[in-house]
Design a binder for this molecule. Structure first.
Ligand code: CAA
Length: 387
């Protein structure tokens, strides 16, 4: 929440943060528990987020976006996730995994057709890389796209697709040349209404329950050649480049959850009494608060650093893989640490559905898993450092 001496915020940054905070606190906080309980997708609040420009923050205005920078994006996302991580992941996937890839690798026609409705918030975008037998080992996919004249026929099952049941458009990765392994993967833009595409099993999840996650089943799904994103064989590089951006989003989501857990803990520690004093006056609680605060501030610096590296890359073209992975690794483990501490500080009340603390605990876990587990982030970081 705070400004930092290292990354002073401009008036524009403060404005977008305020706008996101106001919206999140007034429109999302009151409904978050109810959507978590029902597991229903929060259509109306997501639509309102779109109308406010949150679904395509970095997308130029010509393609329906808000035309802002990466720091604006992470500041807004953090505020949304502080209110509810399920709303936050829909926003993160829309902005980063979906819009960014098309902006970077798409043709002018693809940008107009596939970004504009999604960035302007009238449609939802999703990204589909994972398969039942290939999660971390992403290039080991089995689904196939075969060229037939002016079309590709897409076949196979994709899994764990965030917004899968509700998305209007998908960026989908499929193998076009298995002999070439990672270099035989190609990316496609698929309209959700295309015959041959059906939404499969909806995942019953531990956390972020209001975000809809499902399989996608492709059965001779016919996609025109003009919907290929990039060249044949470029798909894995596109998937990885886009995940670098996605990981900054998930880091911001984790920071939002950590802050929510922290603020609830500080308030409770100042109010709850035991053994004749406020529990915050016990060093055991105070030290937990200190550790939470320190990790949150460190995570924030890593995230802002990654956001600025991504911003610089718009002109330099330099990769920011290391900055994104360090931010994602540290922030997600911070979310888990803070949510765990928050439940402990709240005691029985932390375990009760009457307070949002148990939801923060359930929601935090996914940030250590999706868009690259903590183990994959450690692999990416160590490979970058050791060669
Ligand atoms: N940017 C650009 N190119 C990259 C790259 C990056 N960040 N990372 C790798 N590449 C390139 C490499 O340079 C290499 O190309 P060259 O041979 O030309 O040099 C090519 O891609 C293959 O790279 P690797 O040899 O490193 O590939 P690998 O098979 O060893 O895999 C990995 C590397 C890091 C483990 C990768 O598979 C990975 O990130 N796995 C995790 C996948 C993941 O995050 N999945 C989440 C999906 S989305 C989701 O969670 C659901 C949702 O909807 C939110």
């Amino acid at each position: 929440m705070s400004d930092t001496a290292l990354f002073p915020l401009s008036d524009e940054h403060k404005m977008i943060r305020e706008a996101a905070r106001d919206f999140a606190q007034s429109e999302i906080v009151p409904v978050a528990a109810q959507f978590d309980e029902s597991g229903e997708f929060p259509k109306e609040t997501i639509k309102k987020m779109g109308a406010l420009g949150f679904m395509g923050i970095e997308v130029p205005e010509t393609y329906g976006g808000a035309g802002m920078d990466t720091l604006s994006y992470v500041l807004a996302l953090e505020e949304i996730c502080k209110a509810d991580a399920a709303h936050g992941v829909v926003m993160s996937v829309n902005n980063s995994l979906y819009c960014h890839g098309i902006l970077k690798f798409g043709t002018e026609e693809q940008k107009k057709k596939f970004i504009t409705p999604v960035a302007s918030g009238t449609a939802i975008g999703a990204y589909s890389l994972t398969e039942p037998m290939s999660g971390s080992d992403a290039s080991n996919m089995k689904s196939r796209a075969t060229r037939e004249g002016g079309f590709y026929l897409l076949n196979g099952t994709k899994s764990w697709v965030t917004s899968g049941p509700v998305a209007d458009y998908f960026v989908v990765f499929m193998m076009t040349d298995p002999a070439k392994k990672a270099k035989g993967i190609t990316a496609f833009l698929v309209d959700g209404k295309t015959p041959g595409l059906t939404r499969g099993k909806k995942e019953p999840k531990l956390g972020i329950r209001a975000s809809a996650t499902s399989e996608l089943i492709f059965d001779n799904c016919k996609v025109p050649v003009e919907n290929r994103l990039g060249e044949e064989g470029e798909g894995f590089k596109i998937a990885m480049t886009v995940l670098d951006v996605g990981r900054i989003g998930i880091a911001s989501q984790a920071l939002g959850i950590a802050e929510a857990a922290y603020e609830a803990s500080v308030a409770y520690a100042k109010e709850r009494e035991a053994f004749g004093q406020k529990i915050g006056e016990f060093q055991g609680i105070g030290f937990k608060i200190a550790d939470m605060k320190t990790r949150i501030e460190a995570a924030r610096l890593l995230i802002y650093n990654a956001a600025l590296a991504k911003e610089r890359s718009k002109t330099s073209g330099e990769r920011f893989t290391l900055q994104a992975s360090t931010a994602k690794l540290f922030a997600s483990e911070t979310a888990m640490f803070c949510a765990h501490a928050a439940v402990q500080i709240h005691g029985g009340m932390g375990y009760s559905r009457e307070l949002p603390v148990e939801r923060y605990f359930r929601d935090a876990k996914i940030t250590e898993i999706y868009e690259g587990t903590s183990e994959i982030q450690r692999l990416v970081i160590s490979r970058a450092e050791l060669g």
